[in-house]
Write a protein that binds this ligand. Sequence first.
Ligand code: PLP
Length: 375
Amino acid sequence: MASLVKEHILDLKPYVPGKPIEEVKRELGLTEVLKLASNENALGPSPKAVQALQEAAATVGLYPDGSCSALKQALAAHWNLEPEQIIIGNGSDELIQFIGLTFLAPGDEVIQADPSFVRYEAAAILNQAKCLKVPLRNFTSDLEAMAARLTPRTKLIFVANPNNPTGTMNTRDEVERLLDRVPDHVLVVLDEAYYEYVDDPDYPDSLQYVREGRNVIVLRTFSKIYALAGLRVGYGLARPDLIGYLNQVREPFNVNSLAQVAALASLQDPEQVERARRMNREGKEQLYRAFTELGLPYVPSQANFVLVDVKRDSRQVFAALLRRGVIVRTGDIFGLPTHLRVTVGKPEENERFIAALREVLQEAWGEDHDCHSRP
Ligand SMILES: Cc1ncc(COP(=O)(O)O)c(C=O)c1O
């Protein structure tokens, strides 16, 4: 059957999602499983969003508002932009796909950091474009090295800021130097899925670039801090002409009605965002302390996950954690074979992960990390 498939589609590797909780329970006969693998927000969605969903449930017999007008109006007011500068997607994943479909022709080039979010390369392959992957420097996207790869065939530069899977960010200066170097035929996609978690004052105000009419598309999502990953809502912010082209490839009803209702209600609950931000900040500190005690180097993160070097084949550590009912991500898929990526959970979840990790390192590798015996 492979001969029926378009040749470039054969190069696409299916996305490998974090292992589902129910599958792990079944396979390992466990009753309690903790998933810290997909950068979800353990605090959960705003109660206002849940209530709005309950109220809207009976309306699902109707098609959604295809233009997401209420949500776009609310986002425009929230970010001081015009609705014409906004497109809503079935997750920001879908917007990455739209960007590829709209702008990439066979033979075009895409530049991205390596490792970074896997869907950028997929957008290139799907459109028979070439994806140039530029190694990270000190776990951070090296925007200078990426700019050095510009050619007349370059169409898109994808920058995940903060980057997934490292949690590192690029500063305002770095991003502006990149924007100043890109020629008119190149678009820079600033993927800010973890925007709301960042607390570094040097983080760029990317919406300013949109307002200035630069060649940028900013991507944000309701999947992370707003904890609506299951509903699939992301949005793109860009000049009206760019949004217009993206709308040409969009299906008429790409964002379901419950997703629209929940996203709108979530925007009206800034306190929940603040709670999530605080929980994440404290959770990261909890993880950093544990990694330091365990002698494991980690990458300080601006997002809701932490990359830690377990200093041995991380697939083995992953498997041992899994047997203890804790799901994380191995770094091998990102070319980081001794690293694990762990999502920040609630305090008791982080503690459970830390206890399991300590146990795994002691039992399987005979390492003694009894922090209580230390002075
Ligand atoms: C950098 C980055 N961009 C985009 C996404 C996709 O998010 P969404 O759920 O909005 O499709 C993710 C999800 O993990 C991500 O890490």
